[in-house]
Design a protein around this ligand. Sequence first.
Ligand code: AMP
Ligand code: ZN
Length: 469
Amino acid sequence: MLKIYNTLTRKKEDFIPLNPPAVTIYSCGPTVYDYFHIGNARSFVMSDIVRRYLIYSGYKVKFAMNLTDIDDKIINKANAMGIDSKEVAKKFSDAFFEDIDKLGLLRADINPRATEHIPEIIAMIEALIKNGKAYEVNGDVFYEIRKFDGYGKLSGKNIDNLESGSRVEVNEIKRDPLDFALWKSAKPGEPFWESPWGKGRPGWHIECSAMSCKHLGDTFDIHCGGSDLIFPHHENEIAQSEGATGKPFAKIWMHFGFLNIDNEKMSKSLGNVFNLRDMVKKYKPETLRFFYEQTHYASSLNFTAEALESADRGLEKVNNLFDTVKSALAGKPDSGAHSFDFEKSYIAFKEAMDDDFNSPKAIAVVFDFIKEVNTYIANGDNLTREFYEGALEFLKKTADGVLGILRTEKVENSDSGLEEELIQLLLKLRVDAKLEKNYALSDKIRNELLTLGITIQDTKEGSTYKKNR
Ligand code: AMP
Ligand code: ZN
């Protein structure tokens, strides 16, 4: 039984979906005013793993990740660049999709954008005013947090202890300093939409409430995001959604730990960020995923170049076994029974992931599996087609399907298959050249492939190759 730590109840809970086998997930996505950094990427990868594991477990997952495409940061960037805020949002939304594809994230089922949900946002604000939870002042609409009994239940904060002005802006027109904007009246030169309160734009928090409600329903299974969002963003989402619908909002709240650098949160405002698109020029995306997954999602993780280098070396073991097994299968081994116990590894993998998505434990299971398979191969017993297929299937389902760290899978996806066949042909010609003792030709094939970024590896079972990015 899958157990998930729920920030709301502060307990690890049995995961019982509202409508099995359906599972609904909402993950807070990027504000598209810049390229995203490897801190953001950690949260995105972790929500991808949650989703992939639920799919692996047989659930039918509906996954929504929003794009905040109207916000102060976007307006400021547009002013700085001398372009329209729509263009800023378009440029960095496109970049976002390019980058998440590189990271091997499954595309969300829905990527709702704030600017495409203005009617839903306005309807929710109207419901809040009607329910006595929000008030208008000169074209701005605020949420009155003291009207929502449960305010503070997610973050564990007590309203009276929250000092005014320390984390929230002091604003004379609000009834309480903690009241937050649902609708902001347009300042000169800012983008705006018509509303019952005049020209303006939505606040940040309301978009997630309105869009999750529209696409996943009033109540849904899992809401996730980085732990910096617990307060005030997620606290406010609960106040808005429950205040408007009168029904419970997300059942489970998951929060991902920070990626730190020199023990400080990686964040644009601190100026200590590495953009993902620069990082993947130097390291394989799988290496980054592997680096993130070596730490449990809830813990903080310190970024160092050494940690990435060591993740890169660790990953080689997974990919080497994948190559070995694939090339053994290409050699058409005999069919027959084998004595390898795959079931044991599947059970151990499930136990690890069922324990609140314990990816470091799951990785340890994959590494134990690699060790055992290598020993089995070295012993040379029952190396049948069924054995190799079993090994391949385990790697594809776990290391690739759930963890997304197999390099070769992406090569297979992105190529037509012709490239693979051509490389295999060259490998075969090289074997022929060697048999004819034409070492000049066999070396030439090896060196020419190397210049194309392909390294040939000769093993007992034959030749395989590795692509260097
Ligand atoms: P933003 O675009 O700033 O709203 O962030 C997008 C996502 O990245 C949110 O879920 C944030 O919580 C998350 N995030 C931001 N910085 C970090 C970090 N250093 N480590 C992990 N997650 C982060
Ligand atoms: Zn959100």
